[in-house]
Design a protein around this ligand. Structure first.
Ligand SMILES: NC(=O)c1ccc[n+]([C@@H]2O[C@H](COP(=O)([O-])OP(=O)(O)OC[C@H]3O[C@@H](n4cnc5c(N)ncnc54)[C@H](OP(=O)(O)O)[C@@H]3O)[C@@H](O)[C@H]2O)c1
Length: 241
């Protein structure tokens, strides 16, 4: 068990990639706090973990609301102790031409994908700095590296998540805190079906492929640092830099 005795706080853990990371970490002995807005979904994730003999706490929390995250982190710490691993996974997208994005929708996409990462890190950082240890894994996207038509707001948010990741990797290393981003290509989830309905997803990645990478980062040697990992479909083209 590679994460025995560790604790993780995972946003957007009610389904898709976040749920897969929660299950994967719990199977490695990690006590997991799963958060999302839909109570039934985070409860299902936590219940599945508990049925497998793992430790899990489900909390309803909107990552765009800083007071929600602060309260959830406090509850998680009261339940399992200090958070060792923060996974900022919650996200969402709507794809449309830039000129059709009203300001409120632009703001909402940035709040969900980018400012949520700010809130999550701010909430766990005092304890990580005090303990001089911690790991932060941000789930970004290949959209954070390359341009995709009609994804401008999502693309801007994910590029910013990558910039924030690299900047904090530098800034927080003196406290022993590692910061990473994972940039997946298309993953078969509800989000992918909502934004790309009808697209053939036969060879797309599965949530557990991303969970495997998150586990690699969560268990990486403290001598090593990995800022950003890109994961593309086996049959897709390498990303140009
Ligand atoms: N699927 C892909 O192809 C793909 C590719 C690259 C990157 N990603 C990234 O991977 C992450 C997970 O996406 P997914 O594909 O697994 O999507 P998903 O299946 O739709 O799951 C998203 C999760 O985030 C939660 N969430 C969304 N908004 C939230 C909010 N305001 N507060 C709290 N929780 C919230 C959702 O729960 P509630 O709605 O109940 O809150 C759900 O649990 C996202 O950051 C996404 O950008 C996905």
């Amino acid at each position: 068990m590679q994460l025995n005795g560790k604790t993780a706080f995972i946003t957007g853990a009610g389904r898709g990639i976040g749920r897969a990371i929660a299950l994967c970490f719990a199977r490695e002995g990690c006590a997991v706090t799963a958060i999302a807005r839909t109570a039934a979904e985070v409860e299902e994730t936590a219940e599945t973990i508990r049925k497998e003999g793992g430790k899990a706490l489900a909390l309803v929390c909107d990552v765009t609301r800083p007071e929600h995250i602060t309260e959830a982190v406090q509850k998680a710490q009261a339940h399992f102790g200090p958070i060792d691993i923060l996974v900022n996974n919650a996200g969402g997208a709507r794809f449309k031409p830039f000129q059709d994005i009203p300001l409120a929708e632009w703001q909402q996409i940035l709040d969900t994908n980018l400012t949520s990462v700010y809130h999550g890190i701010q909430a766990v950082l005092p304890s990580m700095i005090e303990r001089r240890t911690g790991r932060i894994i941000n789930i970004s996207s290949v959209t954070g590296i390359k341009a995709i038509q009609h994804q401008s707001a999502y693309c801007a948010a994910k590029h910013a998540v990558n910039g924030l990741t690299k900047s904090l990797a530098l800034e927080l290393r003196e406290y022993g805190i590692a910061v990473h981003a994972i940039c997946p290509g298309g993953v078969k989830t509800r989000l992918a079906e909502e934004v790309m309905p009808g697209r053939d997803k036969t060879n797309w990645l599965l949530p557990q492929d991303i969970a495997q990478t998150a586990l690699y980062l969560a268990t990486q040697s403290h001598r090593a640092a990995t800022d950003i990992i890109e994961i593309r479909r086996f049959d897709s083209e390498p990303l140009a830099r």
